[in-house]
Design a protein around this ligand. Structure first.
Ligand code: ADP
Ligand code: S3P
Ligand code: MG
Length: 169
């Protein structure tokens, strides 16, 4: 099976949808949230505090390069498109899906998600989150083969939409 790579802003559902897709396809999920925490040996929030975002982005790029060699469902982190180098890797992959939602819904989901502390979104105002979001939109668009609007859709409906779009055999 070709891999399927999910990109998009924080709260887009990359982790949630990736998990469901992997179950449905009887495949493995490679989730950046989990892989990065394991590699850095602390929470992402603590890593940002101690070492800063640049160091985090370096590790994230290595994780992307390793993950793209694997089969399965790859749930990236929302900042993966910031580096040109990463965008090129993504453009060379056949099944990169941009999970999109309107900003109000993304903010709402992130605020409600108590399992994850996101240094660039948790405890920020909606205006501050918009400042992070807006410059990223064209980067997600240029990195993806397919775009799926997840606003007001259930995870199951989104999974079905993805399966209708991509070649998974
Ligand atoms: N389609 C959806 N509708 C409603 N809530 C969702 C949807 N997808 C994800 N969520 C919720 O939004 C939060 C962030 O989801 P997550 O999968 O961690 O996003 P990401 O990995 O893209 O940051 C979680 O609380 C999750 O349950
Ligand atoms: O958008 C970002 O810069 C980030 C997104 C997070 O992952 P999710 O998109 O899975 O929340 C995580 O990698 C880190 O907090 C930075
Ligand atoms: Mg995630």
């Amino acid at each position: 099976m070709e891999n399927i790579v999910l990109i998009g802003f924080m709260g887009a559902g990359k982790t949630t949808i990736g998990r469901l897709l992997a179950q449905k396809l009887n495949s493995k999920q490679h989730d950046f949230d989990e892989i990065l925490v394991e590699q850095i040996g602390m929470s992402i929030a603590d890593y940002f505090d101690h070492f800063g975002s640049e160091a985090f982005r370096e590790i994230e790029t290595k994780v992307l390069q390793q993950s793209l060699q694997l089969n399965g469902i790859i749930s990236t982190g929302g900042g993966i498109v910031l580096k040109e180098e990463n965008r090129q890797f993504l453009q060379n992959n056949p099944n990169v899906i941009y999970l999109q939602a309107n900003l109000d819904e993304l903010v709402h989901r992130v605020v409600l998600d108590k399992r994850n502390v996101r240094p660039l979104a948790t405890s920020k105002s909606p205006d501050e989150i918009r400042e992070v979001y807006l410059p990223r939109v064209p980067l997600y668009e240029e990195s993806a083969k397919f775009v799926i609007d997840t606003t007001e859709k259930t995870p199951d409906a989104i999974v079905q939409e993805i399966l209708d779009k991509v070649e998974v055999i």
